[in-house]
Design a protein around this ligand. Sequence first.
Ligand code: PLP
Length: 415
Amino acid sequence: VAAHGRYASKRPRSAELHERARTVMPGGSTRSVLDMQPFPFRVASAHGARLTDVDGHEYVDFLGDYSAGLLGHDPGPVEAAVTDALRHGWSYGGVHTDEVRFAEAVVERFPSIEQVRFTNSGTEANLMAIQLARHHTGRDRVVVMDRAYHGGLLYFGHGGEALLAPFEFDRLRYNDVGGVSAIDDGVAAVLVEPMMGAAGCIAADPVFLRALRDRCDEVGALLVFDEVMTSRMSTGGAQQRLGITPDLTTLGKYLAGGMTFGAFGGRADVMAAFDPERGGSMTHGGTFNNNVVTMAAGAAAMRELLDEATLESLFERGERFRAAIADVLDAAPLPMCVSGYGSLLTIHTVPGPVTSPDDLDGGDAALKELVVHGLIDRGFYLAPRGYMALSAAITDDDCTAFVAALSASIDAIAS
Ligand code: PLP
């Protein structure tokens, strides 16, 4: 209560706007993930790795728009590409050149993606990949991981069932190699993240992913990697780093330089379902699938910014950052740990280790809120659930300052 009071008293303008917002948008926002108590601060502007709220507070942005903001808030080449594109008009209702450039960049980069199609979001990319796999195999059932998040309509946590009505899903426990044998020849696809993101940044045991690959081959199911978050792990995604090749991959988040984006792609023989000249009978609609701004931004981001050196150094910085946080948490007199992979990580209020979402049961929610408020109070932004996605605009000094602020927050709570 005291933390809420302190937070609210420093943010009168955000409080007022929240009240206005609540009357026209349930909960006061249009992304449930942004809900926080007593209300979220309202962002006025963003540059590089910094956010400023409407009350004039500045934050170092460790949330990185839930991983869509890999390049920071205003990467020059993306801004230039978008500005240039706008000069030629937008919303064509026709095909154009930038979508070819963007698609070529994706296909060049991800060895398992021979052909690709764009969507407006990662959610749509996953929905399309699922339908494609069902069409390709002539089977209905899809295997997902218990408590996985694959988008607004594809949430497999508790209470998410109502959203799944049109499909039939079986659930496996993440990283449970023994469970893999339950996948049978009625299964069209296995949809899995190489690191569970929203479920808590839980890295995959490569043995588990390899077992899924082998089992899919045995029963004739398609292996679909949801790399909406994890494709940042290397230029060819987490699949390249792990050396495991899926049949289909879904993408989203940062790849279009921060613009609205999703994509799905993979084996050319599977993607042929959308090609009438190869006998394909599936259609794929979407007014904004090839929207000019996203296509221009994506082509520029991939060609000019998202190179190997940038992604490698981000991965390494993330590994160092997580290790430094682990040192603080291990020494803290509170039940806390950190999990993650490369530049994606989550602070938990369980002792750990965390290898599947069940390990997070019984976490201390009040402690999590205090820690997050402590960090926000000290000028560091992260998700209420403790999630962070480093951007290339974050520096080592920012990371060092964050670790010191975390330590100070914990000391204040523990004392
Ligand atoms: N898949 C994963 C792994 C995600 O983390 C997300 C979003 O957080 C999605 C899919 C959905 O993407 P979008 O929010 O663009 O619909």
